[in-house]
Each structure stands twice: as structure tokens, then as C-alpha cells.
Design a protein around this ligand. Structure first.
Ligand code: MN
Ligand code: MN
Length: 301
């Protein structure tokens, strides 16, 4: 398999694996997880959403919605976006509306509010809102990273623009760009030590996200999310070890799990993902992710 494709597919499938694994223990405390599961390490469904085994949640399906809008618009809309045309952004907004109307298993409050605003007012961005520092925009940005690989200014503009459809907060923006840049670095073949160096450098420039010493908070507040993700990603080189440690931290475990799965999956590539987890994912999700990965990479040129 081509190296870049393997890493990109590892990121997208790793994301879905982390979502499916973490959803079982979403909103639980680490102690509660321990009492109920010992160490939670199998994709078994359940959780507060009463999921089927291998089912993913909003994190994955909303990413797929973004990916589908990017693919539908193709190179024409992406080039238009680069010169200030808003066609692409409107169709991303429409994809989120369509996703919402299909009654997803879950939808965060800030995402819902943003989608409603776009539906009723047609605006591509709300006013700055101090309550918009959740992780919902960061969580779904992977397709924007793939579609703009190798084009720095477009990566930044598209990431922020898709994020602002629902979240208008500098911490959401900073996290979306930071995790996106780290993903690009790993897709380029960065090793664990390069990943640790990059992260230390980024955190020194964005001290709000400093994760040493780790505070043990894994909520949907984007600062807690990023700290948890970077803590476990840099602590463990191994995909499975990083992901198991992350989801057993509980709280927003499907989202922290998805993001660690994405970054660790880019680092190891799809061919190194644990087979028992991969086989648990629903076949339509795996097919959709595989198709989007090749389509989005082709879009990036
Ligand atoms: Mn979720
Ligand atoms: Mn979540």
C-alpha cells in the first residue's frame, strides 16, 4: 500500500475505532469504568447511547458529512473557496443540516445551535460566543486536513471556516489548527520522538493547552480534550496502548478516543491497526471511510 494512503486511512479508521471504543464509557468517571469493566479495551457498544457493537457516533458521522461535501464540491469548489467564493462552505453547512435531519445518535449543543442558525439565517459564522469552546469543531476536521494536504494556507482557512459554522471561539480555532497541523506532520511520516518535539514546541506557543503535569480532565471543553489527547499520544508509541489509556480516562471518551485514534493511526498506518477492532466496525462505515480517504487525497493533488 502507498505510504501516504496507509497513514491517511490509518488516521480515518483509527478515528472511527476510537469513537466506537470510547462511546461505551462516555461520561463515566475513571473509577466507575474500573468497577464496571476493569480495563475497558473491547468494542462492545452499549454506553449511555445504547449503541450496537461496532457502532460509531456523531464524531465519525459528522466527519463523514464534511468529507462528503468536500468530495461533492470537488476541485472546482475547493479552488473557488481559495479565492473567496462561499459555495463550498454553503454545501458543508447543508451537509451538516442533512446530517442533523437524519437524526444522528448524538449531537452536541453547540453543534446543534450552529446548525440551527445556518438553517434559519443562512449565515456561515455566528458571533463570538464564550460558550463555544467545546470540542465539536475540532473533532470533525480530519477530512479538511486530507483535502488540503500540502497546501498550508488552504488547510488553515478551510479548517477555521468549517469550524466557525458551529463554533466561534479562539480556543476552538487554536485547537482545530494545532491538532490539524500535528495530523499533517504525522501523515508526513513523523516518528514518535518528532511528534513529542512538535507537541512540546506547539504547547510552548499555546500555553493554555500545556498538559504537563497532566490534570486528568477529559471533558468536552476543548482545552481538557486537547490536553488528554496530547498526554496519551506522547506517552504511548503503540496505537492500542495510547487508545486504551485514553478511553479509560472516561468523560468525553468517544471524542478523546477518536482524536487519539486519528493521530496514533496516522503514525502507525492502517496496516498496523489492531485487526480485532477493525473487524468490529460496521462494514458500511469502513467502506465509506476508505472511499473518502482516496477521494480526499486525490482532491489534495
Ligand atoms: Mn460522540
Ligand atoms: Mn463525545
Amino acid at each position: 500500500m502507498h505510504k501516504l494512503f496507509d497513514r491517511a486511512l490509518g488516521a480515518y479508521l483509527g478515528f472511527a475505532i476510537g469513537d466506537a471504543l470510547g462511546a461505551t464509557v462516555e461520561f463515566m468517571r475513571p473509577r466507575e469504568i474500573q468497577d464496571q469493566y476493569g480495563l475497558h479495551r473491547e468494542i462492545i457498544g452499549g454506553g449511555w447511547l445504547k449503541l450496537a457493537r461496532g457502532q460509531v457516533t456523531d464524531d465519525t458521522t459528522m466527519s463523514l458529512a464534511l468529507g462528503s461535501a468536500l468530495l461533492r464540491g470537488g476541485r472546482t469548489d475547493l479552488q473557488g473557496f481559495a479565492v473567496g467564493d462561499d459555495t463550498l462552505l454553503r454545501s458543508i453547512g447543508q451537509a451538516y443540516v442533512q446530517w442533523f435531519r437524519a437524526k444522528p445518535v448524538d449531537c452536541g449543543n453547540t453543534c446543534r445551535r450552529g446548525i440551527m442558525r445556518f438553517m434559519h439565517e443562512g449565515t456561515l459564522c455566528g458571533a463570538y460566543n464564550p460558550g463555544d469552546a467545546g470540542n465539536g469543531a475540532l473533532m470533525r476536521n480530519l477530512p479538511a486536513v486530507l483535502a488540503t494536504l500540502g497546501r498550508d494556507p488552504e488547510f488553515e482557512r478551510l479548517s477555521i471556516a468549517q469550524a466557525r459554522l458551529t463554533h466561534h471561539h479562539p480556543l476552538s480555532d487554536a485547537a482545530t489548527l494545532g491538532i490539524g497541523a500535528l495530523l499533517r506532520h504525522l501523515l508526513g511520516g513523523a516518528s514518535q520522538s518528532e511528534c513529542q518535539n512538535w507537541t512540546a514546541q506547539w504547547v510552548s506557543q499555546n500555553p493554555t493547552f500545556r498538559f504537563v503535569p497532566y490534570r486528568g480532565r477529559a471533558t468536552a471543553y476543548v482545552v481538557d480534550t486537547v490536553q488528554t489527547v496530547l498526554h496519551y499520544l506522547t506517552l504511548h508509541d503503540d496505537f492500542e496502548a495510547a487508545l486504551v489509556a485514553t478511553v479509560n480516562q472516561g468523560d468525553d471518551a468517544d471524542t478523546t478516543g477518536a482524536l487519539v485514534g486519528m493521530l496514533a493511526g496516522a503514525r502507525c498506518g492502517a496496516s498496523a491497526l489492531p485487526q480485532r477492532w477493525l473487524h468490529r466496525l460496521h462494514a458500511d462505515i469502513v467502506r465509506n471511510i476508505t472511499d473518502q480517504t482516496s477521494g480526499l487525497l486525490a482532491l489534495s493533488g
